[in-house]
Design a protein around this ligand. Structure first.
Ligand SMILES: NC(=O)c1ccc[n+]([C@@H]2O[C@H](COP(=O)([O-])OP(=O)(O)OC[C@H]3O[C@@H](n4cnc5c(N)ncnc54)[C@H](OP(=O)(O)O)[C@@H]3O)[C@@H](O)[C@H]2O)c1
Length: 256
């Protein structure tokens, strides 16, 4: 029986991913801050899919929490899903530093440290899969969410580099790049009203999770969800960078 450790499993894409893993008979270890939601999900997947599910509550904005998660995991982790993350919306001169520092810790430091902690065991066993949740934000700078976009560029760059290092080890790493998705993200980021979220019907966390799971199993290095997102990620390579940043600002800004 395989086991998946999933961070940010209390809502959105992470919660949907936990259901997808469990539906495929994989035991889950669920982590996030919202312990009640995690226990409700653990109960749900235990009853519905007959898998083992347990909860490790952790606040990944605090240094040391990634290590604490690792220390509490006694199971052999076959899948590591670094999904916990959030954004902060607003012009950089006005945004709150404490929120941004926490975001850097969650989106970058904790993801990197969890990868470092779990990877050697996977390599020693000659098998394992890591899913690092980046974003289509990784492909260009994002005015009004400058730090968030930069954190996702980091996740993509880091994951692609490690993927090459892991060639031939039996361990794979996939950078997942969802576009705007209907989850708690928009509200948590304070991005309500932003054109990129409000201008169309968005895919759900379940849509993204189903796609991600297949991409992870196929050992894709970079998995971009949705045909339009794939086109846009390719398109930014062709346009002048200055034009890309200007268009991105228009998309992220609130409509008047
Ligand atoms: N939704 C989008 O449009 C979109 C697009 C591209 C990429 N993404 C990425 O997808 C991932 C999942 O986000 P989502 O869209 O599913 O949003 P969400 O519904 O807000 O879920 C975010 C998850 O991260 C957890 N989290 C946030 N801060 C945390 C902390 N300090 N410590 C531990 N866990 C924390 C949350 O749990 P608690 O609050 O319970 O701690 C929650 O489970 C993120 O990395 C996000 O950047 C989202």
């Amino acid at each position: 029986m395989a086991t998946a450790l999933i961070t940010g499993a209390s809502s959105g894409i992470g919660l949907a991913l936990a259901r997808v893993f469990a539906a495929d008979g994989i035991d889950v270890i669920l982590s996030a801050r919202s312990e009640d939601k995690l226990h409700a999900l653990a109960k749900e997947v235990r009853e519905k899919y007959r898998v083992k599910a347990r909860v490790i509550a952790a606040d990944l904005s605090l240094p040391g929490e990634a290590q604490k998660i690792y220390d509490r995991v006694v199971e052999q982790v076959d899948y590591l899903v670094n999904n916990a993350g959030f954004g902060v919306y607003g012009g950089f001169a006005e945004t709150d530093w404490m929120a941004e520092a926490a975001m850097l810790q969650v989106n970058i430091v904790a993801l990197t440290q969890l990868t470092k902690l779990f990877l050697p065991g996977m390599i020693a066993r000659g098998r394992g899969k890591i899913l690092n949740v980046a974003s289509t934000a990784a492909f260009q700078p994002g005015p009004m969410m400058a730090v968030y976009f930069a954190t996702k560029a980091y996740v993509l760059s880091f994951s692609e580099a490690i993927a090459r290092e892991l060639k031939g080890t039996g361990v794979s790493i996939t950078a997942l790049c969802p576009g705007a998705t209907e989850t708690g993200f928009q509200r948590a980021a304070g991005a309500t009203g932003s054109r990129v979220f409000d201008s169309r019907t968005l895919p759900t966390g379940a849509d993204v999770a189903a796609y991600s799971y297949k991409a992870l199993q196929r050992q894709k290095r970079v998995a971009i969800h949705g045909a339009i997102n794939k086109m846009l990620a390719f398109g930014v390579r062709l346009l002048p960078r200055r034009a890309v940043v200007a268009i991105t600002k228009t998309l992220i800004s609130r409509s008047e």
